[in-house]
Write a protein that binds this ligand. Sequence first.
Ligand SMILES: NC(=O)c1ccc[n+]([C@@H]2O[C@H](COP(=O)([O-])OP(=O)(O)OC[C@H]3O[C@@H](n4cnc5c(N)ncnc54)[C@H](OP(=O)(O)O)[C@@H]3O)[C@@H](O)[C@H]2O)c1
Length: 308
Amino acid sequence: MKAMLLINHGGPEMLRLGDAPDPVAGPGEIVVDIHAASVNGADPKVRRGNGRYQLDKFPHILGRDFSGVVSALGQGVSDFKVGDAVFGVTDQGIEGAYAEKLAIKAAIVAKKPDSLSHADAAALGLISLTALTAIEDTAHLKSGETILIQGGAGGVAGFAVQLAKHIGAKVIATASAGNHAYVRSLGADQAIDYNTQDFTAIGPVCDVVFDTVGGAVRDGCYKVLKANGRLVWISPAPEGYQPARADVATLRPDVKRDRAHLERLVALLKAGAVRPPEITRFTLADAAKAHTISEGRHLRGKLVFEVR
Ligand SMILES: NC(=O)c1ccc[n+]([C@@H]2O[C@H](COP(=O)([O-])OP(=O)(O)OC[C@H]3O[C@@H](n4cnc5c(N)ncnc54)[C@H](OP(=O)(O)O)[C@@H]3O)[C@@H](O)[C@H]2O)c1
């Protein structure tokens, strides 16, 4: 099969289109012929070999989100048949979606609804699992609460804005001015331009803050939380990071890859509660270009590879 191969840690030039062996379905696995895959914030970090993302074997195939069609069944798989349209996210510590084919545990894959394109399904996987785990399972956001979502136009945060609005919270989102119309269209009640305004000026009015940005932004988040509020963050923190306040909960979601959360996403889509993010499309051959955009950290929505 054709695949975008990472030949070593480094810049986007380390990504080269090449050939890789076709994957084979082991027991409990399926092979998916990938139609679309997407770029996640972690992909350029793995490419560079940042921190915990050191790889010891090359070439490596990046990519966690995929949507496609089942082309082979491993021993014991009875919940799918060849030809089913499916989507999902590779298991923790496993990648390989920047390719024409992927072998994956059937138990963590879901059927793709006909109403969803492969590009939209590939865009939604990890961002929805992350936002659902953060907002529903970890923050336990409730109707009537106020939430600040940092980086509202990004992949995970954009989904979180929609979810929080659906739950019935008052949603405040930070974004560059050019993205305010977008975050409002997703459901934000208030948008703060973090380039020209200090978001901490809203004062301690939030029950929940969801931080997808990190660094100094995370430190500022403590200033806008009410007593007993919850800060949920997903961007990496430095070793030994100490929360700035003891009267609020500092929570890091444990984002699992499972069918139950993908099916929760499908239910929310069918109910009209959420919609796919804005998508910018590429071919796999353009992976270096997509990584450069992702690393720029001013992305709106998601970057998707149309593989076939
Ligand atoms: N722990 C997990 O399980 C998990 C899962 C998924 C993602 N992550 C991590 O979560 C982070 C976000 O991922 P993502 O894919 O959603 O990111 P993304 O789509 O690349 O997010 C980019 C967004 O960040 C915004 N931004 C940049 N600097 C900002 C600032 N100072 N204040 C407010 N917003 C700012 C940009 O806003 P403007 O363009 O409007 O300026 C842009 O919309 C990444 O670090 C990723 O690795 C973790």
